[in-house]
Each structure stands twice: as C-alpha cells, then as structure tokens.
Design a protein around this ligand. Structure first.
Ligand code: H79
Length: 535
C-alpha cells in the first residue's frame, strides 16, 4: 500500500469502441460521457456491436503511450479493459465481443500495453466495469445511473474475466472496478479471487461494500476534508467526458496545464494520488492537446518533482496562498497565489529553520522570521516565478511545532473537554454503490495546549462504543477495552479512565481516537455523545 501511495501521479486511459462515434450518433451530438454513448443515445446492441467490425487502430503505439506517461511524470497506467459497453480490449474466452475475435485489428491491445509498461518501468493496472450492456445475462439497463445489481450468471462471468486478466497479463498493480451494485458477498468474492491470484494487486474502492484497498473519490472530485485511508482522485481532461469526443471544446493548453498542476498539488498535499485520464482517438493516436498538457505537466514535475514524490500530506492547515507538502525536516511551500506583499505567512508554525530557498534555485537563500503568531518568509525579488506553481523549500532541524488555530485550551476548571464537535475529523467512504457511498468519520483528532507538568487523568465516555478503539496521546497509544465495560443503567454511558498521563508543555499535544483492529477501516466511528475529559 505504501508503494502505491508513493506513486502520486498516474495515467488513466479510456479507449474502446465508443472512441469511434466519439460523441456523435446519427449525426447528433450526444451529451453525457462519450464512453457511455450506447446508453445515452439508446443504441441497440446489434447496432453497437457493428462498431467492432471497423475498429482498426493502426496508429496505436503502446510504447509511445508509455513514454508519454513517463514524460508526464506518471508512475503507472490504468487502462479500460472493459467499460460498461461490455467490449473487451483483451483476449477473452467468455465472449466473442473482444478485440481479437470481433475486430479486423485482431491484436491483444491490453497485452501490448502491459509489455510496454514493463519495458518502461511503469506499473500497470486494469479498469473493469462491473456492469455490462452487452452480456445477455446481465440486467438490461434502464437508465445510465449504472448502479444495477449483478445477477448470479453475470457475477460468474465477471469472475471468469477477472481470472483471465490476472492470469494472462503478468503483474497487475491495481484492479480499478467501477459502478454496479454488487451484493456484499459478491464484492467479497471478487476481492478474494483477486488476492488469491495476485496478492499484491490492489482493489479500488468502487468494488463497493467497504471491500477496497483504497478509496476512489467521485469522478473529478477532490475532498475538502482530511482523509484517514489511502485515496485517489480520478480526473478527466474535461469534466464532460472521459473517452474521446470529436466536438469537445478546449481552452488553450496553458490554462489546462495550470488547472491540472493545481489539482495534482492539491491532491498530493492532502495525501492522495492523482489519476489523470487521456481519451485516445479510435485510430489509437493521442489527441495532440492532451499530449501537450501531459508534456507541460511533465516539464513542471521535472523541475518540481522533489516537492511531490516521496512527500506526505501537509501537517499544517492549508494556507490561503497555496498548498504545503512535507518530507522529514522539509516543507515544500507551493505558491499558487503569489502574495502582493512579498511575504509568505504560515500561521502557527514554529521551527528551527536551517534554510529556505526556491526549488528552482537552491542558491537563493530567503530571509525568514518566527513571531508569536507563526513563520514569515520574505520572497526575494530574485525568485523566478513559475508559470504554474512556484515551490519554495523550507528546511528545519529539531521538531516541527505547529499550533493549529483551533487548538484547545483548558477551561476555567483546568479541564480539557474533547467532543466530536471540537475534533478535526478524518474520513473514508462507505456504501453499497456510487450513489449510496458517503463520507464516514474514521478518526478524530484534537490538539491541546497545556502548561502543567502534573500528570493528568483521561476519562473517555460514550454510550456507543461499537468498536474496540485506540486512544493516542502524542506518541503513546492506549487500547480501550470498551466492549468489556459496564454501561450505566440509566444513561447507558460507558466510561474508562486512564491515569498518570503526561502531556507536554512544549507545543501542542495531539490526541487521536480511531478504531482498533478494525477489519473494516471505512466504517463510521459512530460516537455522537463522545466526551473525553482530561483533568
Ligand atoms: O469511466 C468513467 C465513467 O464512465 C464511469 N466512471 C468513470 C471513471 C461512470 N459511470 N457511471 N458513472 C461514472 C456515474 C457518474 C455519475 C456522475 Fe455525473 C458523475 C454524477 C455526477 C458526476 C454525470 C456527470 C452526471 C453528472 C455529471
């Protein structure tokens, strides 16, 4: 999982028969995602299948795609093996509706791409839709909400094809399932098969029913809250479509590079991976606009990659001038809105700075000062501003002391009262399908400011302890045996007290509460009446 989280930036490819009509059917521009044109234009199956007979992508060159991904700074490629239309871009024994048997091209496109990925040292992953608009035993689709259930025969068909994908194509780094509404049992069976065939293959959260290894945000969505599990943001070049659309309106390349560099930095500074899509044309060629966007991003990453790869999410609240990423003893300050006054301010930060310099010019040392409110950095006139985002490196020694704005102080009685209301919450997503999946709280965190050297007593109380939970105070963790606690007969509240807990007087104390040994890291930590009293 940690290796996957290091990738940061990957390529998604939406390419298939739908790339032929490219958003036009019967001379009409069809709105809605173009890869779903069969659904949006209500194309009968017999009619849609005919597209296979003219699919002959003579300009497809897997090596040049892999090199484009490399040049963009991407670490893996995820390709549509089967989208909702049911057409397989791989060799399948279980349907003739596949690139080898149904097209004049007769070559295994997926195999071609896996081999190119291997040659160019990229991880390779597979997109697989759980619904199928071609398979006769799947539910006939009635809407393009794409969250139909999966009849037993269709489920078996999916399992057979997943087995093919994980047996015939070497190492698959992730299986990117999408849509449908499988039962809990079906989701579990699929994951079991994946792990049996390739234990290292990760499963996307869109396997649903909390069975995925990482959470996938909604299409083109980035969370505005903290995530408590590994996650990925899937993005298309244009919100309107993932696959190639001939009538797509495009802004100038610079505007798009700016938008996508911004999104990449936003996602990485919040601890996620960014999966950016291209939609090649039916002949296999990459749209020149998309190629230029990726090359532009690659150029930015060539100069600024140190501030992205190998970093972790910012420990500091998002500043209004941009984003922050972190490495041990280093902060990378990503300046999006260059301040008019030539000072960058990081509220609440107190560190022993060794040096600060623009990433593009480490010899240009910047002045800084620490005040009671935070850290101020002087942006010298000599900084060459990046066209997109300028990165400044702050190196420090000793501890990073950060006091968030919402740090909690003792009340008049010298007690700290921690509740869900004054917590910072960390989230996952949980649900049965695309539409029912909702953010859940999986961790709560409080920062408290203490001035006493005396040991404290920590009492944790709630009427709803569904899980064993772990309370941590700075680097110390305590397992709370909540299930064995007696509930008060009137209030139903269970209580547990830890004594002789030491708090630091230097900087903030971080208190965290999370489920312990939970076999489902996505499930809600439901504790509305939680009250932690520290006295
Ligand atoms: O393969 C791509 C889509 O075809 C597939 N997932 C991505 C990766 C997908 N299939 N169904 N859906 C996504 C459902 C998505 C529905 C919505 Fe929307 C997306 C609702 C809100 C955002 C469509 C686009 C309707 C409004 C905007």
């Amino acid at each position: 999982m940690a290796i996957w989280q290091e990738q940061k930036f990957s390529m998604f490819i939406h390419w298939g028969l739908y790339s032929i009509p490219a958003g036009i059917w019967d001379g009409q521009k069809i709105t809605g995602y173009s890869e779903q044109i069969k659904g949006h234009a209500k194309i009968p199956t017999a009619e849609y299948r005919k597209l296979a007979s003219i699919f002959n992508p003579t300009n497809w060159n897997a090596d040049s795609i892999a090199l484009l991904a490399k040049g963009a700074g991407m670490k893996s490629i995820i390709m549509t093996a089967k989208h909702h239309d049911g057409f397989c871009m791989f060799a399948s024994e279980f349907t003739p509706f596949n690139v080898l048997d149904a097209t004049p091209y007769k070559k295994d496109i997926l195999r071609d791409l896996t081999e190119a990925c291997k040659r160019h040292d990229l991880k390779f992953g597979v997109y697989f839709s759980l619904i199928d608009w071609d398979y006769p035993d799947a539910l006939p689709f009635t809407s393009v909400r794409n969250s139909d259930s999966i009849p037993p025969k269709h489920h078996k068909y999916n399992l057979n094809q997943i087995r093919e994908l994980l047996t015939n194509y070497g190492e698959v780094s992730e299986l990117w399932f999408d849509m449908g509404a499988p039962t809990h049992q079906q989701s579990k069976e699929i994951v079991l098969l994946v792990k049996e065939l390739q234990p290292n293959c990760l499963v996307s959260g869109r396997i649903w029913n909390d069975q995925g290894d990482f959470i996938v945000m909604g299409d083109n969505y980035q969370p505005d809250f903290k995530m408590g599990v590994p996650w990925q943001s899937p993005a298309s070049m244009f919100r309107e479509t993932w696959s190639y659309r001939s009538w797509q309106e495009r802004p100038d390349v610079e505007t798009k590079i700016n938008e996508k560099v911004y999104d990449l930095v936003k996602v990485v500074s919040s601890g996620g991976n960014y999966l950016l899509n291209i939609g090649p044309k039916a002949d296999g060629s990459v749209v020149s606009f998309e190629k230029q966007v990726l090359m532009g991003m690659g150029e930015w990453l060539k100069n600024n990659g140190e501030s992205i790869y190998g970093t972790r999410e910012s420990p500091i609240a998002k500043p209004e001038w941009g984003f922050i990423t972190a490495k041990p003893k280093k902060l990378y300050l990503h300046i999006v809105n260059y301040p008019e006054v030539n000072w960058l301010f990081i509220k609440g930060l107190d560190v022993n700075i060794t040096k600060i310099y623009p990433l593009s010019d480490p010899s240009l040392l910047l002045n800084s000062k620490i005040s009671t409110n935070g850290c101020e950095i002087e942006l010298s006139e000599g900084i060459i501003k990046d066209r997109y985002i300028t990165a400044v490196v702050l190196e420090y020694k000793d501890d990073l002391l950060y006091t968030p704005e919402n740090a909690i102080k003792a009340n008049n009685n010298g007690k700290f009262i921690l509740t869900p209301d004054n917590a910072e919450t960390y989230h996952s997503y949980s649900g049965h399908d695309y539409y029912s999946s909702k953010p859940t709280v999986v961790k709560m965190k409080w920062c408290i400011l203490n001035s006493s050297e005396e040991p404290f007593e920590v009492t944790i109380a709630s009427s709803t302890f569904d899980n064993e939970i772990k309370l941590s105070v700075n680097d110390e963790s305590y397992k709370i045996p909540v299930l064995s606690l007696e509930a008060d007969s009137i209030t139903h509240i269970k209580k547990y007290t830890l004594s002789k807990v030491r708090l630091t007087t230097k900087g903030v104390n971080v208190i965290e509460l999370a489920a312990e040994n939970q076999n489902n890291p996505h499930k809600e930590l439901k504790m509305n009446d939680l009250n932690i009293t520290i006295r």
